[in-house]
Design a protein around this ligand. Sequence first.
Ligand code: BGC
Length: 410
Amino acid sequence: MSKEIKFPAGFYWGAATSAFQVEGGITGMNWEVAAQKGKVPHIGRAADHYNRYEEDFDIAKELGHNAHRFSIEWARIEPQEGKFDEKEIEHYRDVLKALRARNIEPFVTLWHFTLPVWFTESGGFEREDAPEIFARYAAYVSSHIGDLCVHISTMNEPYVFTGQGWLRGAWPPFKRLAVMDKVSFTNPGVLHEDAPQGFVSGVRTYLTVLSTLARSHKAAYTAIKKVLPDAQVGLVKQVIAFSGNWNPLNKLIAMFANYFWTHRFLRRIRRHCDEIGLNYYHCHEYGDKKSYKKTDMGWDARPDRIYDALMILKRYRKPIFISEAGVADSDDDLRGWYITEQVKGTARALSEGVPIIGHLYWSLLDNYELALGYEKRFGLVEIDYDTLERKIRPSAYVYKKIIERGGVVE
Ligand code: BGC
């Protein structure tokens, strides 16, 4: 028998973006340098969201959204070490005011993958003092926007950032382990000529960077809470939901994978965390031989398994918002189904006691996909990159109906 699951009143519904994937025109940033060297596709003006955010938020409003996640570009705010650009912080204040004027609750991310060049060229997160540098930036931004937002995430997906940058070498700083040349990935990405790292020293640096990121989060959390004691501060973690089939060995491997990918980091920072943002794209069942529908990224389309990712986070007993989950689907023939199943999975976890406060689809707009350029289409809104015209996709209205109904039928 079908049953309707209602989401609580005040539940946050919306979508997410990140600065460099949609804003355009960012300089002094490490991905821009990588693009100039031909290592990643050119970024350019992207969707020009930096200038068109009002128009884009009008669309979000029309689609029924009452929440929106976006990120602040560190390279704009601190273009030189220790020198902050007041004009740019004013810009982001305007962005926040534009959301508030539409009654859309902002979820701000302080750092989403891209970094100022002065920081990366002096070692970036390999620097011993990176936590203090990051905390100084976090404190500056928070003290200037704290009157306009409550939800602040320090960073986006520390494990993806580190894995792509220091193991696989597909993103800056392009350090790759020799053994990665033998692994095949579903997410294509450019592989580089740079000499690979030796296993022991490469893994050591990778683990050190992960640990510096945990310290950086904690330092930023403390700095933000000092200026904004009432803010809800957390971070955004991609959870891959690992599981095993009937075979106990597969179950054991899955347990270890969940520990390494998710709990190892979250356990370190759990006392410096008021809420958790969940990014969900993948699940993996060891021993499962079935094949699934694929998204344009070549990823298995398993939106309902967001349930498993949410259950993995339940033990932290923190409010959880889905900070990203969505599908690359240029024809828009999967997306409506995908969103519906994703919301059903969310509803199921909610009914089993996971404290979920919001669901933000990735992404509001088509955007620059790392490190693939503009071909993959994640947006509720299609962007014509020649004219910058915005066109709302039919699936955006499927999502709107769910929002209006405030629930889904199981
Ligand atoms: C990232 C986004 C990215 C999305 C789709 C997430 O891991 O936070 O920046 O576009 O995945 O690949």
